[in-house]
Design a binder for this molecule. Structure first.
Ligand SMILES: [Fe+2]
Length: 176
């Protein structure tokens, strides 16, 4: 490709509506809806280590929601938010008296991340501008890190649960 062609492609891309606005909108909406779920859960858990992780995850989600909305504004567009953010069930689960292990399982954090994920295809769009690309890259890395952190918490809490159960069992058999 000649330098001229490359220049023309760039100009054409910049003057038209970015093809990735829908992605930015969807991410802003989803991340903003997820933040209160983790905040609510952090308030209900009695495990202090998990509480800290959940509060950090809530901050990440909320910040991603704002960062993508901000990027859309920088590009000249507003986020379109649906009337129903779609997080009612997750909020209900977060506030419930279910155990943390049950909540982690219900929200799909009970399997080790690392395989194919929803983020793999996000850079298929080759017109993503550098600022959006930087933001998107950080977002993806943070989401994957969150997946690992919560999976780690699942493993830790499940081991804790097992230890408590066998302790109770031993105590009960001594009583007999
Ligand atoms: Fe997220």
């Amino acid at each position: 490709m000649s330098r001229n062609n490359a220049k023309n492609t760039t100009t054409a891309t910049k003057s038209s509506k970015p093809s990735y606005l829908g992605l930015l909108n969807a991410l802003s909406v989803a991340e903003s809806a997820a933040a209160p779920v983790f905040e609510t859960w952090a308030e209900t858990t009695k495990d202090n280590k998990l509480k800290k992780v959940l509060r950090m995850v809530a901050m990440r989600e909320g910040e991603h929601g704002v960062a993508f909305a901000k990027r859309m504004l920088e590009l000249g567009y507003e986020v379109r938010r649906p009337e129903d953010p779609g997080n009612a069930d997750a909020l209900k689960l977060a506030a419930s008296s279910k155990t943390d292990v049950q909540k982690l399982r219900a929200l799909n954090f009970s399997k080790a991340p690392g395989g194919t994920d929803v983020f793999d295809s996000m850079f298929n769009d080759k017109t993503i501008d550098p600022v959006t690309g930087g933001l998107l890259g950080r977002y993806i890395a943070e989401e994957r890190d969150t997946g690992w952190l919560l999976y780690g918490e699942y493993e830790r809490l499940r081991a804790k649960e097992k230890a408590t159960k066998s302790k109770t069992k031993r105590a009960n058999s001594k009583k007999k």
